[in-house]
Ligand binder design. Structure first.
Ligand code: FAD
Length: 447
């Protein structure tokens, strides 16, 4: 009897323990289910639909080379899998374990037909716990405890071929899923920067590994390509974290890579973390709402705040589906503290625009910047965007993403308004830094 391989955010053939186990048992039916129902409001966002389309295309080709196929289905995952088992006579499903709350529910509903394998983390999040069995609140303590589980197991190579069933079940076609944007078609900026799929993930990893030594300092500089840019590949599981770990060296890089494990540990303990403040005290915070707040939110989303570093980041996000980590912190802090707009508004915008949007990583980072989370960061810590921009030498980055400022010299580019050289077409600051800071501190003090 055939065995079902349920693929989700693990679109790869190398280091794929669920595939290895399935192939061991019998003919394998690999299936990807586009499920816009089970995740509710956290269904895959616009940018990631573009990625998914190309990643599934690459995966289908890779499977075909091994004598297999990718079956595509749409609907509620549990129902689709039940129907597929009836169609094919399969009574077993193999899959890699995921920690999004909706996937955990779906996994539970499938009961003992489902065999789960570990493969998308350095260690199982449920194994890295405090002495009393709880989730670590602070990353540094988590990292210390993770040492007991490191290094991770060596990755497994892709199987040479994959046993095929005598007859294949029906598959939908990718073109019918309409995952690619049409009106407007914003994909050219994505095409320029990204190639989804396992081959490119492994290629990017190889290229990055050669320059990983410079990561310690280069990663903070938005004008340089100092980080690995593996985040969308890691989110879709086109490369496994174990593969990344063993291909790279350097504590700083490994420590960043382990953040993914930490954030899944947080959402395992607190499944509603994308909507609920980690510290309930902040439920009473008076976020700005109404017409002015809505127009400020729009200015932030479209990169028209008058703060060049913020606008550059937001336009990089819109155009290429990705944003540099330091600039993610600056733009998020600006929305929450300078504009006093609820962090969940920004989190949702990122969810729709990021090609690496990830339930754990996005929610934990937004709450970390907000200071509403389980960790020790404080709401009163307010980043100064202009100082950050200068300190991390963002001039070239700003010129690239904000063309109105392309001719502004280095000395004026971080704050052209103060330097008296605001070019036509670029707005003055939406709010002054000091005024914004005082408003945010007053809102926090009122709690
Ligand atoms: P590198 O520096 O090369 O790091 C390697 C890998 O480690 C990354 O690909 C990523 O998987 C992981 N990683 C690194 N830093 C973090 C971190 N702080 N938290 C979690 N994982 C990390 N990352 C996402 O993958 N998805 C998100 O939705 C996301 N939302 C974010 C929202 C905000 C407000 C902020 C401040 C950060 C967010 N991040 C998110 C974390 C981080 O910005 C990205 O992982 C990183 O910029 C990706 O670039 P890279 O692959 O070059 O990272």
């Amino acid at each position: 009897t055939p065995v079902i391989l349920w693929l989700r955010q693990d679109l790869r053939l190398h280091d794929q323990p669920a595939l290895i186990a399935a192939a061991h048992e019998g003919p394998v039916i690999p299936v990807y289910i586009l499920d816009d129902d089970t995740p509710g409001e956290w269904r895959i966002g616009g940018a990631q639909r573009w990625w998914l389309h190309h990643s599934l295309t690459a995966l289908a080709e890779a499977l075909a080379e091994k004598g297999s196929r990718l079956i595509l289905r749409r609907g509620k995952a549990v129902e689709v899998l039940d129907a597929l088992m009836q169609d094919t006579g399969a009574d077993t499903i193999h899959a890699i374990r995921h920690y999004e709350p909706w996937w955990r529910k779906a996994e539970a509903a499938l009961g003992d037909k489902l065999y789960l394998h570990d493969g998308n983390h350095l260690a199982r999040p449920e194994d890295v716990r405090t002495g009393s069995g709880g989730q670590f609140r602070i990353y540094s303590s988590f990292w210390k405890a993770l040492q007991n589980h490191l290094p991770p197991e060596h990755p497994h190579p892709a199987p040479r071929d994959i046993p095929a069933p005598a007859t294949w079940p029906k598959s939908e076609t990718l073109a019918n899923w309409d995952l690619l944007p049409t009106k407007p078609d914003w994909s050219p900026g994505f095409d320029e920067d990204w190639v989804p799929g396992e081959d490119e993930a492994l290629h990017r990893l190889k290229t990055f590994a050669k320059k990983a030594d410079a990561y310690d300092t280069a990663r903070n500089m938005p004008s340089e390509e100092g980080s690995s840019r593996l985040s969308p590949h890691l989110h879709f599981g086109e490369v496994s974290p174990r593969t990344v770990w063993h291909a790279t060296s350097g504590t700083t890089y490994h420590k960043e890579l382990a953040w993914r494990d930490f954030t899944d540990g947080v959402v395992l303990a607190l499944p509603g973390y994308a909507t609920d403040n980690g510290r309930p005290k902040y439920d009473a915070l008076k976020w700005r709402t109404g017409k002015d707040a809505a127009s400020d939110l729009k200015a932030w989303q479209t990169g028209h705040t008058g703060y060049p570093i913020v606008d550059a980041g937001m336009r990089q996000l819109w155009t290429s589906g990705w944003m540099h980590n330091r600039v993610r912190m600056i733009t998020a802090s600006f929305l929450i503290k300078h504009l006093l707009i609820d962090w969940r508004e920004g989190e949702r915008w990122f969810w729709d625009c990021l090609i690496d949007a990830d339930y754990g990583n996005n929610s934990v980072n937004w709450q970390w910047v907000a200071g509403t989370g389980v960790d020790s960061n404080m709401f009163s810590r307010i980043m100064a965007p202009l100082t950050q921009s200068e300190k991390f030498d963002a001039a070239d980055y700003i010129r690239r993403w904000v063309p109105e400022l392309a001719k502004v010299p280095d000395a004026a580019i971080h704050d052209p308004e103060a330097a008296g050289c605001l070019p036509r077409g670029y707005p003055p600051k939406i709010i002054g830094h000091r005024e914004a800071r005082e408003r945010a501190l007053a809102a926090a003090a009122a709690l």
